[in-house]
Design a protein around this ligand. Structure first.
Ligand code: THU
Length: 133
């Protein structure tokens, strides 16, 4: 996709990763995304002594999205502690889907892919609306 500064997104994801609180897994993660109004939001994983309640980097990213004005995500980049591209886990694909602009593009291990490619036939707000109508 044209017009996306992937290097800038990667830089923001790496900067976020440096804030990770991951004393249990020792696996810091940083995520960054371009919003449809041009701003960049980011997040890091925040773990917990009660392991199961740890938060993925994408959780703090979507929280920042909401807290800074909302909008839709256009492009997404996630890195691990080696600054290598990391695929969002299944739960986080669902989180991202909810806030994605149509055709949102993700950096993946096999090139750029759309949200629909990494979460095909997704369940989302549309199903709820359809059911209610
Ligand atoms: N993690 C993320 O932050 N995002 C993902 O999409 C994959 C996994 C975190 C959760 C946990 O803190 C650590 O990586 C190891 O699973």
């Amino acid at each position: 996709m044209s017009g996306i500064d992937w290097a800038e997104l990667k830089k923001a994801a790496i900067a976020a990763m440096r804030h990770a609180y991951a004393p249990y897994s020792d696996f810091p993660v940083g995520a960054a995304a371009l919003v449809d109004d041009g701003r960049i939001v980011s997040g890091c994983n925040v773990e917990n002594a009660s392991y199961g309640v740890g938060l993925c980097a994408e959780c703090s990213l979507v929280s920042q999205l909401a807290m800074t004005g909302g909008g839709k995500l256009v492009a997404f980049y996630c890195v691990d502690g080696n600054e290598d591209v990391l695929m969002p886990c299944g739960r986080c694909r669902q989180l991202l889907y909810e806030h994605s602009a149509p055709g949102m593009v993700l950096e993946t291990l096999s090139g750029h892919k759309t949200i629909d490619e990494v979460l095909p036939d997704a369940f989302g707000p549309g199903q709820l609306e359809e059911y209610r109508s």
